[in-house]
Ligand binder design. Structure first.
Ligand code: PNW
Length: 495
């Protein structure tokens, strides 16, 4: 382990992309400015379901303060910015035929132009969880009629087309969905995230099915109508915790864990248009045990499989943490759900440090293993790490001198460099989550992921650079850990 965990000296490939990320609901505020429609997250927050009853009504006020955000990135030497567009800010009901909010369209034009003049490439996420509330009410959102081509796929396609039309002259990187795993499982399975649909036996499988088909639709629209003229790329961002076996006997269980997590989406999109074999056989066995005639995991038609397969020009990966997996096969379960379907137990090694977020244990080598898995499993795609980062508690006294975040970035980026330079994984980008402290979903403002501090009691929402932003700037300037540089000596001291 000593050798595996040692600091690697060297630099990333010359064209390596350093970036930072945010999401619309987490930073924009201006929740009801002009004709913006409510999203499912506006609804959830306004019901007081978030920690401390926080809401994204104002958040970082980036709707008004975006030039400051761009200046911070410029200051850090970042050449890319990953942000998301709010669907209900563009189409208040989610449907173009009901009307377009021109002020919302103009806002993203201003942001994109501001980025371009500052030599920062926009990388745009179409959907980072803020579904128009009206689409949830009218059609059940991503639960809409999951077995056929249904209205939600077409509506997402219309939305995608509108964005390509309006911004595609300047935006060359499109991410259809951010972490569909979260939307499916937390939004439509457990139901603690918006839209809070609780159906843990089947909801996540239906929602995921619809999301995959919606993604494919948006991909083909770009391919058929825009690629030739605009020359950009379309992908999806998937999240996955690495699963490491607790004992050698748990090796299959750990693989099954990763297939149910990442493979659920990556296998259809990047491999063959269908769910992983182990998911299909496991779910078929469960159906038998449960006395069902059909599996809870839906099936794609042959035409759908063809249309899904190969719909990623790059592989977007969000990764934060690792879990220790034990085999729990195969006791029949009374109330089956996605967690029990995997037939695994999960835990954490006692020496793994923990961040402020309850689920975030710091295990730097996990990202290298996961990148290697993606290379092997999905035919060596170009991988963009579209999120990675660490949270602090709001009240942490070291909130500005955030040494633990510096260590996290140092060790995780070094593992990414090992994947690139030692394992020949095609990692093209590393994106820090996040540029700013922001609205951390159900935890509100109590967990801070930012390279910059934001005082959420200050009406002007002034941004202050944390120590980690200075570290990150040096990392970007050095493009890694070059032998003999002052920066690398500084890092070696900390290691
Ligand atoms: C990602 N979990 O979400 C998101 O893409 C970001 O919007 C978010 O702020 C960031 O990670 C930090 O949480 C996650 O509960 C949200 O396991 C929740 C979980 C994981 C990722």
């Amino acid at each position: 382990d000593k050798e595996r965990d040692a600091l690697l000296k060297g630099t990333f490939p010359q064209d390596f992309i350093w970036s930072s990320a945010t999401a619309a609901y987490q930073i924009e505020g201006a929740w009801n400015v002009s004709d913006k429609g409510p999203s499912v997250w506006d609804t959830l927050a306004h019901q007081g379901r978030v920690y401390n009853q926080d809401t994204g009504d104002v958040a970082c006020d980036s709707y008004h303060k975006y030039p400051e955000d761009v200046a911070l990135m410029k200051q850090m030497g970042l050449k890319y910015y990953r942000f998301s567009i709010s669907w209900p800010r563009i189409f208040p009901t989610g449907e173009q035929q009901d009307g377009v909010n021109q002020d919302g369209v103009d806002y993203y034009n201003r942001l994109i132009d501001e980025l371009i003049v500052n030599d920062i490439q926009p990388m745009v996420t179409l959907f980072h969880w803020d579904l128009p509330q009206v689409l949830q009410d009218r059609y059940g959102g991503f639960l809409n009629n999951h077995t056929n081509t249904t209205v939600i796929h077409d509506l997402f396609g219309d939305y995608a087309r509108f964005l390509y039309q309006n911004y595609g002259d300047r935006v060359k990187y499109w991410i259809t969905f951010n972490e569909p795993w979260i939307t499916a499982w937390l939004g439509y399975g457990i139901g603690n995230f918006a839209p809070q649909h609780n159906e843990p036996a089947e909801g996540q499988y239906k929602a995921a099915h619809n999301i995959i088909l919606s993604h494919a639709k948006a991909y083909h629209i770009y391919d058929d109508e825009f690629r030739a003229a605009q020359g950009g790329q379309v992908g999806i961002t998937l999240n996955c915790d690495w699963g490491t076996p607790k004992t050698p006997a748990d090796a299959d269980a750990a693989l099954r864990y990763v297939q149910f997590f990442l493979g659920w989406f990556a296998h259809p999109i990047y491999k063959n248009g269908d769910y992983p074999e182990v998911m299909k056989t496991t779910m078929a066995r469960k159906a038998q045990e449960e006395g069902r005639t059909t599996s809870r995991l839906p099936e794609f038609t042959p035409e759908q499989k063809l249309s899904i397969s190969g719909t990623g020009d790059f592989f977007g990966l969000n990764h934060y943490t690792t879990v220790e997996v034990t085999d729990a096969c195969c006791t029949p379960i009374e109330n089956p759900n996605y967690d029990t379907d995997k037939d695994v137990g999960t835990g954490h090694a006692p020496d793994w440090p923990r961040a402020a977020s309850s689920w975030l244990y710091v295990v730097p080598w996990g990202i290298r293993n996961l990148l290697g898995f993606i290379k092997e499993e999905y035919g060596d795609p170009e991988i963009y790490v579209t999120e990675n980062g660490r949270s602090d508690h709001d009240q942490d006294p070291a909130i500005m001198m955030d040494m633990e975040r510096i260590c996290y970035y140092m060790m995780y980026t070094n593992e990414v460099m090992k994947a690139s330079n030692m394992d020949n994984v095609k990692v093209k980008a590393y994106t820090a989550w996040s540029l700013l402290d922001n609205f951390e979903w159900l935890s509100g403002y109590s967990e801070r992921f930012g390279l910059h501090y934001v005082d959420f009691n200050d009406p002007t929402r002034t941004r202050y650079p944390k120590a980690s932003s200075v570290f990150f700037k040096q990392l970007v300037r050095n493009n890694g850990y070059p032998e003999g540089s002052e920066f690398t000596k500084y890092v070696e001291n900390m290691w």
